[in-house]
Design a protein around this ligand. Structure first.
Ligand SMILES: [Zn+2]
Ligand SMILES: [Zn+2]
Ligand SMILES: [Zn+2]
Length: 127
């Protein structure tokens, strides 16, 4: 008889993140796993999220309540557009930042080396 070990927590957790495409806390992921009858302990979820974030497969963000939340992400440089209504996170390319970088250089003599940015608004499905 096959045991449950064939699906590892890492696959289960990243499957949830890929399906939801929004920032989720460990507790929320744990709840979603339970709802689909997947038995993973909360501490395993925490450990798995740490692992995924360490490998660059998920991106972490501390929300307004101080809780760390995660979204699935690839490693190439990009930005996030977060829907304030449904929480959906879309990956956005960095092209718009180019003009900001050149304006900083021209007007302030400032050479931009790095930046972090997130966009908040309403997604196409929610408008
Ligand atoms: Zn991303
Ligand atoms: Zn939305
Ligand atoms: Zn960028």
């Amino acid at each position: 008889m096959r045991t449950q070990y064939s699906t590892r927590p890492r696959e289960q957790v990243s499957a949830i993140l890929k399906r939801e495409q929004r920032y989720l806390s460990a507790a929320e992921i744990h709840g979603l796993l339970r709802k689909s009858r997947q038995n993973v302990s909360l501490s395993t979820v925490y450990r798995t999220l740490d692992l995924l974030a360490g490998k660059g497969e998920a991106s972490a963000r501390v929300d307004a309540g101080g809780e760390t939340t995660y979204v699935v992400c690839d490693q190439t440089h990009h930005h996030h557009a977060v829907c304030r209504k449904c929480g959906k996170v879309q990956d956005v390319s960095c092209e718009a930042i180019e003009s900001v970088a050149s304006a900083l250089r021209t007007h302030h003599g400032f050479k931009l080396a790095d930046h972090e940015m997130q966009f908040f608004g309403t997604c196409g499905a929610c408008k």
